[in-house]
Design a protein around this ligand. Structure first.
Ligand code: OGA
Ligand code: NI
Length: 356
């Protein structure tokens, strides 16, 4: 626990300990950003750090069998670690409905949302929290998030999920599943994995999680962080953002940032740390961050496709076949996961846990 000044401690009590979240604090009518949320100047995203003319690729995936499409995916995964896909087959109505569902959940009165606060929730599958690791952070993220474990066993607790959004979450997850399977198939083929037909992508698609990230409008977003720079510890992440913008990924110069503009109906795809490890760095799990909006509440709905807790991760034999040296040792996913959540968001530092 960090030592804090009395006002910050009051805010921690209200936002974290009482489970009102940053949403609850904004609803009290604050007109300025509390000290607890103000970034040191060297951690702010300044306009001169953004490359205005760069962008990640937008790939039309209406024909998964087109070699131009599959090549673009594998190239983007290696160069940018990020790309957007259009014509993916997830109906626009499903995307719209799940964003609306997120707004509905966060529009509930504090005491209704609070029923799902981590520790109170009627089910382990659904949990609400604020920031990333508020006990470890000197400055908190301007974000609340509601997470849903969506594996087959987790769905048994569906009747205890929040009624205002549960149908939309499951529908979105189920509609996105074939797209994720296709992406994994293409990416694994790009690593020379031959048995993808009935295969490894199914084994990898074990423990999906859907998040509702909620960034209430912020009196001065430039001073704050919606999400600190981090890379995802998933295999792959599918992110649905809304039309507010504010999502940035690290540029290939490893210093600047690139804005990911909202593209209507598109999904943002990124490689997670697990795929970087499995591919021995051929695919890149790139840092990204979010800046909240000054006038609107922003939502995003990522799906994190995670391996099983007891999965052993390491560079794939197919990748090392030609005598390439492994860059990572074998790690158990649950150990990697625990390490990630034991500290605040720190860019790409988690990967050192597995690096040789
Ligand atoms: C995340 C994340 C981005 C966003 O939840 O890991 O990077 O737009 N979210 O909310
Ligand atoms: Ni992320």
């Amino acid at each position: 626990m960090l030592p804090r000044d009395p006002n910050s401690q009051k805010i921690i009590d209200f936002v974290v300990n009482k489970g009102n979240g940053i949403k609850g604090l904004v609803d009290t009518g604050i007109g300025t950003v509390p000290h607890l949320y103000i970034l040191p100047t060297d951690e702010r995203l300044e306009p001169n750090m953004i490359l205005p003319h760069e962008s990640i690729p937008v790939i039309d995936v209406s024909d998964w069998d087109d070699p131009v499409v599959t090549q673009s995916i594998c190239e983007a995964a290696g160069k940018w670690g990020f790309f957007q896909i259009t014509n993916h087959g997830v109906p626009l109505g499903v995307l719209h409905a799940v964003k609306e569902a997120a707004h509905r959940f966060f529009g509930l009165p504090n005491e209704e949302r609070n029923k799902y606060w981590a520790g109170n929730s009627p089910t382990d599958a659904v949990s609400l929290k604020t920031s990333f690791a508020p006990q470890q952070e000197a400055v908190l993220e301007w974000r609340d998030s509601l997470s849903f474990h969506c594996g087959p066993q987790d769905l048994e607790s569906f009747p205890s999920w929040p009624p205002v959004c549960r149908d939309e979450v499951v529908k979105y997850m189920k509609s996105a599943e074939p797209v994720i399977r296709k992406l994994l198939e293409v990416l694994l083929k790009g690593l020379n994995v031959k048995d993808t037909a009935k295969g490894r992508e199914d084994a990898l698609m074990i423990a999906p999680m859907v998040y509702f990230n909620y960034y209430p409008r912020c009196p001065n977003p430039d001073l704050t962080s919606g999400v600190f720079p981090h890379s995802d510890i998933s295999i792959i992440t599918v992110l649905l953002q809304d039309d507010n913008g504010g999502f940035y990924v690290r540029a290939t110069d490893c210093e600047s940032w690139i804005h990911v503009p909202p593209v209507d109906g598109a999904l943002v795809i990124n490689m997670g740390d697990v795929l970087q490890i499995m591919s021995n760095d051929r695919y890149k799990s790139i840092e990204h961050r979010v800046v909240a909006n000054g006038s609107k509440d922003r939502v995003s709905v990522p799906i994190f496709m995670n391996p099983r807790a007891d999965a052993i991760l390491g560079p794939l034999p197919e990748v090392l076949e030609s005598g390439e040296q492994p860059l990572y040792k074998e790690v158990v996913y649950s150990d990697y996961f625990k390490y990630f959540f034991s500290k605040k968001h720190e860019g790409k530092k988690t990967m050192e846990f597995a690096r040789i």
